[in-house]
Design a protein around this ligand. Structure first.
Ligand SMILES: Nc1ncnc2c1ncn2[C@@H]1O[C@H](COP(=O)(O)OP(=O)(O)OP(=O)(O)O)[C@@H](O)[C@H]1O
Ligand SMILES: [Zn+2]
Length: 481
């Protein structure tokens, strides 16, 4: 079976054909590191993770690059607000990114380039575009001349005229054409800046991804991922920069995940309707959150609500119950078991194989994790029928089949979906966070009463248990050391 993948560029599912059988190359737009990431962002980080895991399951090696946008308007604004250096802000949220992605069981990329560490590559690409006549400078700013690139609009499937009349292009007096976008920005007073042929300045956002992806993956690579909001203008502009610079197609498959919505609106920092991964992990286990995020096909929107998270928790719990039961049976002392008969669970054995195939079919069909989870539920159901039967007796022959079922669960859920089905019920996790919440309330009361000794005692003793408190203007947060 081969992987069929929906390519935003062609707007259809295509059979995946790697450029190089030995190494699949994947670039993902990573976070702008000015804040903790929210669960919408988390969905965008899980898409390449699932793609990578499934490619690895199919036997490919994957070279994965995810960037950190560590200089842009949002970064500058936040660093100024907090009166800290921009590097400090970036370091803080890069550390938080690694903590949160680890908890969500997102595999690390092979390279995490930062825009600020690739300024010379960026300048080189801008220069190349200028030399080839695709870019022009106006008083220290450099713009990409969109009308010079004949294929502009091919990713987002838009005609230039629609774009001009729409409100989607940024107005700027310096541009020769409203469609043009910035490649290099002249720096303002007090902003981070680098020397360049156009004076001191800093890179635009779109050019950094073009420069960094090609720097690590070459001038032709397989996959590029991001949230659907990046199709236009970010990825449309990346294509223009890449192809104008190189002279041919650079990225073969463009993948975009759908939104996490809240009450029908995109969860986003600017709307303020967001929940960080950390917020959710105060009440739900990381397993449940990840399961929730992959419970729908990656291109479908997901509506966020507690009820949906609770549904995900229940669905996961059903699978965990089956796997825990299996584990109990497999842990029995085999020497005490009767030999049994090989034929007894022949039917179940066939079903295990069939459900694995169904799982693979679902994943081959544009990474349909929703259907793949469905196949795991079907397998769980078949198993429950067998092991819950009053006449079922564990023996040396049927335990081999149960072992196969267990290995299948482990491989498909843990290795491919990144979900550990052996995790205990998250009651203990919830209880822990409730108890910490209670202690924080007591500590707040103590602080209000100026009982600093008690407040410090609570902080110090929690710290000894590996729980770190962070006092912020919005209240006190906690995290595990
Ligand atoms: N609600 C969402 N659902 C799914 N993916 C999202 C959502 N919001 C952002 N993303 C994706 O998260 C990734 C990280 O983006 P980035 O750090 O630039 O986010 P951001 O622009 O700061 O977030 P926001 O959109 O909330 O302002 C991108 O691939 C983006 O498309
Ligand atoms: Zn990008």
């Amino acid at each position: 079976m081969t992987l069929q993948i929906y390519n935003t560029l062609t707007q259809k599912k295509e059979e995946f054909e790697p450029l190089d059988q030995d190494e699949v190359k994947l670039y993902s737009c990573g976070p702008t590191v000015y804040d903790y990431f929210h669960i919408g962002n988390a969905r965008a980080f899980i898409l390449p993770d699932i793609l990578k895991r499934y490619l690895e399951y199919k036997g490919y090696n994957v070279l994965h690059v995810t960037n950190f946008t560590d200089v842009d308007d949002k970064m500058i604004k936040r660093a100024n607000e907090e009166e800290i250096e921009i590097e400090e802000l970036a370091d803080r949220f890069i550390t938080a990114y690694f903590e949160d992605t680890e908890r969500l069981n997102i595999k690390q990329a092979d390279v995490y380039p930062k825009a600020t560490e690739h300024i010379s590559d960026i300048i080189e690409l801008v220069k190349k575009l200028e030399d080839k006549g695709y870019a022009y400078e106006v008083d220290g700013d450099v713009f990409f001349a969109v009308r010079k690139f004949a294929d502009y609009g091919k990713l987002s499937n838009q005609e230039l005229e629609e774009l001009t009349s729409g409100s989607r292009v940024e107005v700027n007096d310096k541009k020769e054409d409203p469609l043009d976008f910035v490649l290099w920005k002249k720096s303002k007073e007090g902003e981070p800046s680098w020397e360049s042929p156009w004076g001191t300045g800093r890179p635009g956002w779109h050019i950094e991804c073009s420069a960094m992806s090609m720097c690590y993956l070459g001038e032709e690579f397989d996959f590029h991922t991001g949230g659907v909001d990046l199709v236009f203008p970010h990825h449309e502009n990346e294509i223009a920069q890449n192809e104008a610079g190189v002279g041919s197609q650079v990225v073969n498959y463009w993948l975009h995940n759908g939104y996490i919505n809240v009450d029908g609106e995109k969860m986003s920092k600017s709307l303020g309707n967001f929940f960080t991964t950390r917020d959710i992990l105060q009440d739900y286990s990381a397993e449940v959150l990840r399961f929730f995020l992959i419970s729908k096909h990656y291109r479908s929107p997901i509506n966020f609500s507690d009820a949906e998270l609770d549904n995900a928790a229940k669905s996961l719990q059903r699978l965990q119950n089956t796997v825990n039961k299996l584990k109990d049976l497999l842990d029995r002392d085999r020497a005490d078991l009767k030999p049994g008969n090989k034929e007894e669970l022949q039917e179940l054995e066939k079903k295990i194989k069939a459900k694995r195939e169904k799982f693979e079919e679902a994943m081959d069909d544009d990474l349909n994790t929703a259907l793949a989870i469905g196949a795991l539920h079907e397998l769980a159901k078949e198993l429950n029928i067998v092991v819950n039967d009053a006449d079922f007796e564990l023996n040396q022959a049927n335990i081999i089949v149960l072992e196969k079922a267990y290995d299948t669960f482990k491989e498909l859920s843990q290795q491919v979906l990144g979900i550990n089905l052996e995790t205990e019920d998250d009651i203990s996790d919830n209880l822990t966070s409730d108890l910490i919440g209670l202690l924080l309330e007591v500590r707040n009361k103590a602080r209000q009463n100026q009982d600093w000794e008690l407040a410090d005692q609570i902080r110090d003793e929690l710290s000894e248990l590996g729980i770190i408190l962070e006092d912020t203007p919005q209240g006190t947060d906690w995290k595990l050391e």
